[in-house]
Design a protein around this ligand. Structure first.
Ligand code: GTP
Ligand code: MG
Length: 668
């Protein structure tokens, strides 16, 4: 798993907390808004260089293995391989735009064939920027995490106790109810031969990886009983782990806030911080010094934009916190989804400056609403709203109240309860109200509530589902270049693992043994539900495991499906969904092109019961039962059986159009 390693705590430098921003000019501050030179894709023999992150991808990849940007031109569309460069346009269709249009990313697709380059790529990218040993056995820090691809980090807790789409499950934009019931057929994988031909053309391999039905290990008839070692040790012996997603509109200050917290809490040394400041200034990006702790790739730094999820750790009084710093730019929402799907709680960062808050909540262009809706649909119901950049509005109470009122109304519609939402005015840049009460008289005069760290500590501990067999959706796969060992990285949705445990990889069906485990880059003996770990596997072929797969108990294989019934809520601003609509289907870390084949019924928002059979289309704010057929099988489960494998989001043209749950796996 790629990790960034900090130098550790270093309080000796006499670092002055008040960073001198006076010498920043506007170009500095607004650097990210300025158009940059067109970037070129370079093609070398056997590889092509990504125009965004410059990673040298294997010739077989149609999208960049690191940042997901599509190769342009796609090789099968233009055979002019002699062409040396292709102009890059940042606002070209995003990976998921293209997926929804049928040209599916090879990110997951070509993993089967391009596995070697793939798994090593995470490593390469990491070492390229951070010089980290590939065994990762070291200190805490930041690592990158990318949709269907890049790593995740340590710890967290399953969300089984969180009611979001669970029980009464009010979801997203409306007061629509999405109950979590429904049962039905159990799952299986079947080839349907349906789907967009162009997608198949690009990624034929991954769909053929699954075992045939007869190969599947038979599901144990005996009820599952956890063994003694699986149960947690004495209460209070360890800090609770909390996966905390940092989400919000582009540029709201998520990375700056995360970096500042890490520094204040001693996770970034003085020395390292000085280095970031110096380098950022030299590059004319002085205001991004704290963000550099999380945005560590040259492209992210140059653009002043987060592209992949940065993962870091810090401890509070009550929690061992795993920070998941999400990208805010719309092109990288698939990456945001992959990180945020593991969250136990979230900080929604708002830019308080005039015009910026408004841009963020704009239903068509802003990402604030989409992030809030997505987070809620992943089961997160505890939210801290960090109203950032209060320095820009002179710590105005009126501005804070206006934002709280407008956004509060929206969050209520998303299903967040007032009592579960904490509002904290702060300034990441001026270090106001982060880990201690504000020193600025303007803010202190009207705000005496908790600071951010207190707010994090006041979150309810998530529960762990250890009573069920182990299920771990795989977020990333890494092959050690030195030992050749294959590691799967992800968060345990349920159950427990330890060295020697047998695991089944679905859908490939490989059975392997856990050789060792790592949590927060350190070896650990046992991993339990909620822990985000790296599992070193023995006996699993590198080509038979990829992100989007699931590790499970050999006697309790998780199902796979290609045809599913969903209960969804169509989000605000979405185009109508009709039979035949091509969508991008996201479930845990898997992503697959999908087609709506049936709209069964509309649901009454109040009762959750069917109100109209077979409507012709679904529009914003409607909830409904529908069926989709995927291009390839994915590990999936009815939500009532396994929440982690049963929550889905549907995207189209770069936007999330619906969120929901799987109500039935359909065998064709
Ligand atoms: P993406 O990850 O690309 O979505 O951006 P982000 O939300 O991580 O924002 P980032 O931390 O990169 O900060 C964007 C800009 O806002 C930088 O120039 C920061 O210096 C600036 N910024 C962040 N926090 C504050 C703040 O509290 N006050 C002021 N004035 N500027 C801030
Ligand atoms: Mg960022």
């Amino acid at each position: 798993m790629p990790r960034k390693v900090f130098d550790g705590v270093d309080y000796d430098d006499g670092y002055d907390d008040d960073y001198d921003y006076d010498d920043l000019d506007d170009a500095d501050y607004y650097g990210k808004a300025q158009p940059s030179e067109p970037v070129k894709e370079t093609i070398k023999r056997g590889t092509w260089s990504c125009p965004i992150c410059t990673y040298d991808n294997d010739e077989s990849m149609t999208a960049c293995d690191i940042c997901g940007v599509f190769r342009n031109p796609l090789p099968h569309m233009n055979n002019n391989h002699d062409k040396k460069t292709v102009p890059f346009k940042f606002d070209a269709p995003s990976p998921d735009d293209i997926v929804s249009n049928g040209l599916r990313s090879s990110k997951t697709a070509s993993k089967a064939t391009a596995k070697t380059s793939d798994s090593s790529s995470a490593k390469t990218q990491w070492s390229k920027t951070n010089n980290v040993e590939d065994n990762n056995h070291v200190k805490d820090g930041v690592l990158r995490l990318q949709a269907n691809n890049k790593a995740s980090a340590s710890s967290s807790i399953s969300k089984e106790s969180i009611p979001s789409m669970e029980s009464s499950s009010k979801l997203s934009t409306g007061n629509e109810q999405l109950g979590d019931q429904v049962s039905g057929a159990s799952s299986r994988r079947n080839r349907m031969g349906e789907g967009t031909p162009s997608v198949e053309e690009i990624r034929p391999q991954s769909h053929n990886r699954g075992m045939s039905k007869s190969d599947l290990p038979s599901k144990s008839r005996a009820p599952y009983k956890p063994e003694k070692w699986m149960l947690p040790e004495k209460e209070g012996s360890d800090l609770n782990q909390l996966n905390l997603a940092i989400v919000g509109h582009v540029d709201s200050g998520k990375s700056t806030l995360s970096g500042r917290l890490l520094h204040l809490l001693g996770r970034i040394s003085q020395k390292q911080m000085h280095k970031y400041e110096k380098e950022a200034k030299i590059q004319g990006k002085g205001s991004f010094a704290y963000a550099w702790a999380l945005d560590e790739s040259p492209e992210e730094r140059e653009r002043g934009i987060t592209m992949t999820v940065g993962v870091a750790y810090f401890d509070t009084k009550n929690y061992h916190v795993v920070v998941l710093d999400s990208p805010g730019h719309k092109d990288f929402i698939p990456n945001m989804i992959s990180g945020a799907t593991q969250a136990d709680a979230a900080i929604l960062v708002i830019d308080a400056s005039i015009g910026s808050f408004e841009a963020g909540v704009d239903p068509t262009k802003g990402q604030t609403r989409e992030h809030a809706q997505l987070i809620r649909s992943f089961g997160v119901d505890q939210l801290i709203v960090a109203i950032n950049k209060m320095d820009v509005v002179e710590y105005s109470k009126e501005r804070y109240d206006t934002i709280k009122q407008k956004l509060g109304a929206f969050l209520r519609l998303c299903g967040f309860k007032d009592l579960s939402v904490l509002w904290i005015p702060l300034s990441a840049m001026e270090n106001q109200n982060l880990v201690s009460a504000s020193s600025d008289a303007r803010l202190r005069s009207w705000y005496q509530g908790p600071h951010l760290l207190d707010a994090i500590d006041s979150l309810q501990p998530p529960t762990r589902d250890i009573s069920k067999p182990v299920v771990m959706p795989v977020c990333d796969v890494v092959k050690s270049q030195s030992t050749g060992q294959v590691s799967a990285i992800g968060k345990l949705a349920s159950g427990a693992l330890r060295s020697g445990s047998k695991v089944l990889v679905m859908p490939s069906g490989d059975v392997g043994t856990v050789r060792s485990l790592e949590r927060d880059s350190r070896p650990c003996t046992v991993a339990r539900a909620g822990d985000n770990v790296s599992v070193v596997l023995h006996g699993v072929e590198e080509t038979n495991i990829m992100s989007g797969d699931v590790l499970c108990h050999p006697e309790f294989p998780v199902p796979t499906a290609k045809h599913v019934e969903l209960k969804v809520l169509v989000l605000d601003g979405s185009a109508p969904i009709v039979i035949g609509s091509q969508l991008e289907f996201h479930v845990h870390h898997a992503k697959e092109a999908a087609r709506v084949v049936k709209i069964i019924s509309l649901l009454d928002p109040k009762t959750g019961k069917a109100s109209k059979k077979t409507p012709r289309c679904l529009v914003a704010k409607q909830s409904a039962i529908l069926e989709v057929v995927l291009n390839g099988s994915v590990c999936a489960e009815e939500y009532s059986n396994c929440k982690a494998l049963g929550r889905v989001s549907l995207r189209s043209l770069g936007r999330t159009v619906a969120v929901g749950v799987i109500t039935r796996l359909i065998e064709d």
